[in-house]
Design a protein around this ligand. Structure first.
Ligand code: ADP
Ligand code: 5GP
Length: 199
């Protein structure tokens, strides 16, 4: 039987740098991972491309997908809906390829109940630095930044529920930790397999 791919679930408050860390990590592992492209009802940011960064849906279309059970998990975040496409993820994992996804704490809680995942929470070095990154990114209004920071306070409380925590202070270190987690998880799997074979 073909070995299933692993699912890496990454969560972090908006602005922590999870997209940046994931993109850096993927530079070294392009052949091993597919990125799960989520669906959202929020407006695209400058430079975001439909189908690459997100699938941008209307709320009506999103609700229709919910009714049809097409999401593995979905959540409402700051008045918008976000969801992970069931079929794409399961097909990829069943083909033996790993999937990496960036989802919020509500989504991570739901998905771990449905499929085996490795969960990773990325924290900013400080709240002050998180505010600085969010403001510097210049993708949201000051009000939207305030809402994201208020949500970040709540989300940070959930970090102990994750398998691993990474601090994204220096980007190279954060990416290095993610590399190490991947190496460790591959080793764990190989050891579990050889244990099974000996039984
Ligand atoms: P998220 O996906 O978590 O919302 P982004 O990856 O968009 O966050 O990063 C938010 C901002 O912080 C971006 O402007 C990015 O360039 C910057 N950033 C990410 N990681 C670091 C880091 N380690 N040091 C300094 N700035 C960073
Ligand atoms: P942003 O609007 O900054 O791209 O994302 C806001 C939040 O939505 C982030 O915490 C991100 O992890 C989360 N998110 C993105 N895609 C999904 C998804 O498919 N499901 C869930 N539950 N959260 C998602």
């Amino acid at each position: 039987m073909k070995k299933k791919g692993m699912i890496f679930v990454i969560s972090a408050p908006s602005g922590t740098g999870k997209t940046t860390v994931i993109n850096e990590f993927l530079k070294g592992h392009r052949n091993d991972f597919s990125v799960s492209v989520s669906v959202t009802t929020r407006q695209p940011r400058k430079g975001e491309i439909d189908g690459r960064d997100y699938y941008f849906f209307t709320k009506e279309k999103f609700r229709d997908y919910v009714k049809k059970g097409r999401f593995l998990e979905h959540a409402t975040i700051l008045d918008n809906y976000y969801g992970t496409l069931r079929e794409t993820v399961l097909k990829t994992v069943n083909s033996g390829r790993n999937v990496i996804m960036d989802i919020d704490v509500q989504g991570a809680g739901k998905i771990t109940k449905k499929v085996d995942c490795i969960t990773i929470f990325i924290v900013p070095p400080s709240f002050k630095e998180l505010s600085r990154r969010l403001l510097n990114r210049r993708t949201e209004s000051v009000d939207a930044v305030k809402n994201r920071l208020a949500l970040a306070k709540k989300e940070l409380k959930e970090r102990s529920k994750y398998d691993y925590i990474i601090v994204n202070d220096k980007l190279a270190d954060a990416t290095g930790y993610l590399d190490n987690i991947y190496a460790l998880e591959r080793l764990n799997r190989a050891m579990a397999k050889s244990k099974k074979e000996k039984l």
